[in-house]
Design a protein around this ligand. Structure first.
Ligand SMILES: Cc1cc2nc3c(=O)[nH]c(=O)nc-3n(C[C@H](O)[C@H](O)[C@H](O)COP(=O)(O)OP(=O)(O)OC[C@H]3O[C@@H](n4cnc5c(N)ncnc54)[C@H](O)[C@@H]3O)c2cc1C
Length: 337
């Protein structure tokens, strides 16, 4: 059943029509639990609050499914403006980008051109830029772009997903590159990725330990307290310098644990997504944990004193139900083909 729910929300996250429609509906469906608003001003507010609590941030100006150069160029310009703002506001924060937002599906060289424009500005400000890892169909290209950029810039890194069989080999190739290690958020074939959670978790621990024993900075991107506790013990046992790694979690998840780790003296970084292209990101978060759905549904329907909400929020819930029904119907029609 959990797998059905997961596949359902991953299916929604990949639906271009719904992604476009969501921009028109506006920011709703409870997305504000996991996305820090739609504007640079709203995200800066969140960054400053976390910085005051000793937490650094990485900002993702959300966007995917870009298929024309005008849109990709606009995304690049927005990211450069974001870098200007980070510098001007003097906040403790780097940025995260997705290559498909910058034209990877249009033309790889064009995408590299956009990345170079971003990295030139980032280098000037001494800001790090991380490239998110998307689904496996973009994996090879993402590594190719990274290698092309690393010939000219050292302020760029990427993400490795422990669900991939090839993750260990790729990490060995990237031993001098700053990496965020995660489990992996997309639905991948068993030909390329471990299907079982236990294998993915074990591989995560193995790869994290290999990285921690190396010299290059690593971000440990997980909300999994079992993994975090084991890595904390490993770091102590091997006298690993706290300055060589950080923990990362997504905005809105496990806030208590985020603050606890920062208070314990670990470098902690919160990944904050923002922008009007929130739908795909939000659906992937719902896919990961049934509890996230409960959280959002409760937030949609009830006020803090447990009274039923009315008005636009309930309209949001109605739209969510409509999406669910629409998807079930689409699946049924597909089966009937
Ligand atoms: C900073 C960051 C960046 C990421 N970037 C990418 C990327 O570029 N590409 C990509 O494919 N994926 C990315 N991801 C997503 C990632 O791949 C996983 O899909 C996601 O993090 C879920 O795995 P997990 O390790 O956090 O915990 P899970 O495997 O989902 O959960 C493990 C256990 O942790 C505990 N737990 C987890 N979440 C919670 C919670 N909210 N509350 C209470 N307990 C909880 C539970 O005990 C659970 O059983 C990123 C994740 C993070 C944190």
């Amino acid at each position: 059943m959990a797998k059905v729910t997961r596949d359902f929300f991953i299916g929604l996250s990949n639906n271009r029509f719904l992604n476009t429609q969501a921009k028109k509906w506006g920011f709703s469906l409870g997305a504000d639990k996991f996305v820090a608003g739609t504007t640079v001003e709203s995200v800066m507010k969140a960054v400053k609050q976390l910085n005051r609590q000793g937490i650094s941030c990485t900002l993702d100006n959300l966007g995917e499914f870009v298929s024309d150069k005008t849109e990709a160029g606009q995304a690049k310009d927005k990211i450069i403006t974001l870098l200007d703002t980070i510098h001007r506001e003097n906040v403790d924060c780097h940025i995260t980008v997705k290559l498909t937002q910058l034209g990877l599906d249009i033309d790889q060289d064009y995408c590299i051109g956009n990345m170079k424009a971003i990295l030139n500005t980032a280098q000037q400000y001494g800001t790090f830029v991380n490239i998110d890892m998307e689904d496996y169909s973009h994996y090879e290209q993402t590594l190719e772009v990274l290698h092309a950029l690393r010939d000219h810039y050292n302020n760029v890194g990427t993400v490795i997903q422990s669900y991939l069989y090839r993750a260990e080999d790729d990490l060995a190739d990237l031993k001098d590159v700053r990496i965020r290690l995660v489990k992996g958020a997309y639905k991948e074939s068993e030909d390329v990725a471990y299907p079982d959670k236990q294998d993915i978790d074990q591989n995560f621990l193995k790869l994290a330990k290999q990285r921690l024993l190396g010299d290059t900075f690593t971000s440990i991107g997980t909300h999994d307290h079992h993994i975090i506790n084991e890595l904390k013990a490993f770091v102590q046992e091997h006298h690993i310098d706290n300055d060589t790694f950080e923990f990362q979690m997504l905005y809105g998840f496990r806030n208590d644990l985020q603050h606890k780790l920062a208070d314990e003296g670990y470098h902690f970084c919160t990944y904050i997504p923002f922008g009007d292209d929130w739908f795909g990101y939000f659906m992937r978060r719902l896919a990961e944990r049934p509890q996230n759905i409960n959280l959002v549904v409760k937030d949609m329907f009830y006020t803090e004193d447990n009274k039923l909400k009315k008005g636009p929020i309930v309209a949001g819930a109605a739209v969510a139900s409509a999406i669910a029904l629409w998807q079930i119907r689409a699946n049924r029609d597909k089966k009937g083909d």
